[in-house]
Design a protein around this ligand. Sequence first.
Ligand SMILES: [Zn+2]
Length: 417
Amino acid sequence: MNERKAPDKAQSASTAVAEAPGVPEGAVLRGIWPDSGSGGRRRVALTDPVELQQLDLEALPAATVTAAWIPMLEDGMGQPIRVPILVAKGARSGPVLGLTAAVHGDELNGVAAIHQLLPSIDLRKLRGTIVAVVVANPLAYFRRTRRLEEAHDLNHMFPGRPDGHVGEVLAERMRDKLLRRMDVLLDLHTASKGRVNTLYVRADMTHPLTARMAYLQRPQIIVHNPPSDGTLRGMAASLGIPAITVEIGDPQLFQRKYARRALSGLRAVLADLRMIPRKPGSMGEEPIVCNSSAWMFTDQGGLMVMDVGLAEPVVKGQVVARQLDIFGRERGRYRAPKDGVVIGHAVDPVAPTGSRILHIGRVHSFSRPGILSREDVRDAARKEHPWEVLGPRWREDPACGGTTPESPPPREPPADP
Ligand SMILES: [Zn+2]
């Protein structure tokens, strides 16, 4: 027997969330570093999370933040495995900006960026809705690893299938329950275990909207990377949702400097979408744009010593890492195969044959057509507001959110015992 709450009942009991000065301290969304907000800290109140079978944005009250659990799977005792989301619905209608964190379960800076973002939003001025999936992959989060099972990476399983492996089912339900509600998506990641990253963005830099989001994010590095099959970003693109991947530093950590910088990029995208008021100010340092990137791997085993650091330029032939044997004798040197910039590198000194060494981006010159420069993006925006092409999905809908959830498919009756 299905005893879960009906969606309408859950939603009517929902949220009662407001920007209220009299709310007890324990019920206030404060962010991880309450002293370092952007746009001023606000006392955004949250009641207890509600359970929602479907994300019906129209049913949520305006000018509130809702904390909710979305049931996705069940464990071996038949208990729900749920995805936590925060939904900030503005007082006025507008686009739905999606954020996803922890698609890889040990990548936590995106969680911190979401926790910092929501208290920085003035809900009375917010136009549209922010749907923040705090932990997209609970199975991998519980294991405190990248993958949901040893061989299964959720970010290679999209769009998923309803009758497949657990990761494929999770991917398919994420698409139907959450992704379809979004107009744009920023998927927040970090480096993998044993490695460190710059703050960098992967985006299709030939697409005016994803290139625009990439520049607005103000990362150290942008890598042109058309969305590939199997990723969340690729699936979003196939649904017509402009999406970028933001890599925010290192795994298994909350890193204040990266989360803060990511937060300012998220706010810049929100302002560009006219969802929050634009603040005058510098766009920040120009990112380095790469038209491709590649990893270097070891061809023998030993101890690895890095000779270059994050965001450092390298030239072809430069020694970037040395390998020692276990007695400390140098066994070999690894040289950059091309000019470029260090996007990320390994930090684990133990490096058997086939270990990742260094992620090098090949710097783009803009003399070649295809990849849009920041000036190209800016010039295009002078002609028409770039987001108009997102179309009538929200403009024709007076209520915030736009889409109506589809009914779930009928469940097969249980077979006779
Ligand atoms: Zn990741």
